[in-house]
Design a protein around this ligand. Sequence first.
Ligand SMILES: [Zn+2]
Length: 228
Amino acid sequence: MRVVLLGPPGAGKGTQAVHISRAFEVPRIATGDIFRENVRNETALGKEAKAYMDLGDLVPDDVVIGMVTDRLSQDDAQKGFLLDGFPRTVPQAVTLEDFLASESRPLDVVLRFNVPESEVVRRIVNRRVCPKDGSVYHLEFAPPRKEGLCDECGTPLVHRKDDTQEVVLHRLQEYHEKTERLEYFYWERGLLRDVESIGPVEEVTRRTLTLLDDVEGFSDPNGGEDAA
Ligand SMILES: [Zn+2]
């Protein structure tokens, strides 16, 4: 099960990734995590990335791609993976496609989590976080046991200044502008499938798993269409 996850901030992609990862026993590979891991372990790529970040520069594509392909080559990713946060651009998608083709293990599906704008705003504006341990709460869907306090450590929760309607709508617009061509790239290849991320988390999970069972059932174990 080789999957790329797409979806705007607030679409619940991260939460679903955890459930899919458990159900299919494949690792969730999030770009942010491998970044931190490489920097922490002081790998060659990690050091290179850190040099750019220290200067406030964007980490160049070849460094990012190097970290992702390294991660995809590890043992636990051999039977599948969920890529979350990569690729972000068409050139990155092309590189990923070439890399996977060279190992005869092409992507099975690209899941796009869709959610109405109003729902994203509702999810994000009511979010509260613990400044100490990063626990995330939601006033409506996942409130803390004691009002305003972190369940884990009792620290007063904060409303991040970016979690406002104005910022959220701006981020969504930016996301769509940046992602449109990537979505088209995968749509053209017949890989793009939509998940409606509406309703309770468990319902969305059920929908997602059903879709993936479908994809897995129909996929050719010897590798379907290869971009040769
Ligand atoms: Zn806490």
